[in-house]
Write a protein that binds this ligand. Structure first.
Ligand code: ADP
Length: 270
């Protein structure tokens, strides 16, 4: 398979891979935690596996996603370290983000956020840094001409050092929805992520059905009226710009990252 050849230089034999636990469920199969031996050193990693019942077309999509991911090199994008495809199940081996996805991370810390103490005191700085990391990751992707198309809190991973890394470069969704997405639709979705951050993982459209959300978005409705009252005015303004109905009125991700960096602590829990 030609795709395998394109990954040949990062192929590792199975005896250099050690699997020790399940981290989550992915589109292609389970995601496992383990270690990989690279340059004589064992390092922690996450392994995306391809289920054994996968069709040839799913195998191709899995390998294409790995080929795409290996081109990205940025501190806010999950790094593909290696692949192991000589045996089944195939593994795409990524750097480990110890705290998992940001949505689960925030939801499980909701209670602490309301308690006075060290954690809540440092939250505005921590949350603003999260938002800046995601903005920088997207700025990089847009710079290399890649539209993410599924910017969401669940697709942001948290490392042991609390750096955020964007993941999920699902190619499967591209074929079906090609044409609907632009750099500025990523900017629109990014502001939803800001909403999810300040509300500690609240579901953006509450109890509305998918159809109701689609209709509302087409009408130009935004979450602006549903923002908590105590959202920092500066952040509210930034979100409003990202949700401008006309795409060219929305800022670029570079502008968003710069604006957030100018106002440390503006992304606070509400
Ligand atoms: P897919 O894109 O195939 O649907 P995801 O990338 O969404 O899979 O991964 C599914 C879950 O596995 C994530 O929500 C997260 O909990 C876990 N996970 C994925 N990649 C990593 C990683 N690099 N480090 C730690 N956990 C990860």
């Amino acid at each position: 398979m030609e795709l395998k050849q394109r990954l040949a230089d990062i192929e590792v034999p199975r005896d250099r891979v050690s699997v020790n636990r399940k981290l989550g469920e992915g589109a292609f199969g389970i995601v496992l935690g383990g270690e990989v031996q690279l340059k004589n050193q064992w390092i922690p990693c996450a392994l995306k596996s391809l289920r054994d019942t996968a069709s040839n077309s799913e195998k191709c999509t899995f390998l294409s996603e790995a080929t795409l991911m290996r081109q990205f090199k940025h501190s806010n994008i999950v790094c593909l370290l290696a692949v192991s495809t000589q045996e089944e199940p195939f593994y795409a081996i990524m750097e480990m983000c110890l705290h998992g996805d940001l949505k689960t991370y925030l939801i499980s810390r909701r209670v602490h956020a309301r308690e006075p103490g060290e954690f809540s005191a440092s939250l505005p700085t921590t949350l603003t840094n999260f938002a800046i990391d995601i903005a920088k990751g997207l700025e990089y992707l847009h710079g290399v001409k890649y539209i993410h198309r599924d910017v969401a809190l669940r697709n942001c991973l948290v490392t042991d050092k609390l750096t955020i890394k964007i993941c999920d470069f699902g190619l499967a969704r591209e074929a079906i929805q090609y044409g609907l997405f632009t750099y500025k639709s990523d900017v629109w979705s990014y502001a939803i992520v800001l909403y999810e951050i300040v509300t500690f993982g609240k579901f953006p459209y509450g109890s509305r059905s998918n159809e109701e959300v689609c209709d509302a978005v087409k009408r130009g409705d935004t979450l602006l009226e549903h923002l908590p009252v105590d959202v920092n005015p500066l952040l509210r303004n930034l979100m409003a710009c990202c949700w401008s109905f006309e795409h060219d009125k929305r800022p670029t991700m570079t502008e968003v990252a710069e604006e957030l960096a100018r106002h440390p602590g503006c992304v606070a829990a509400c």
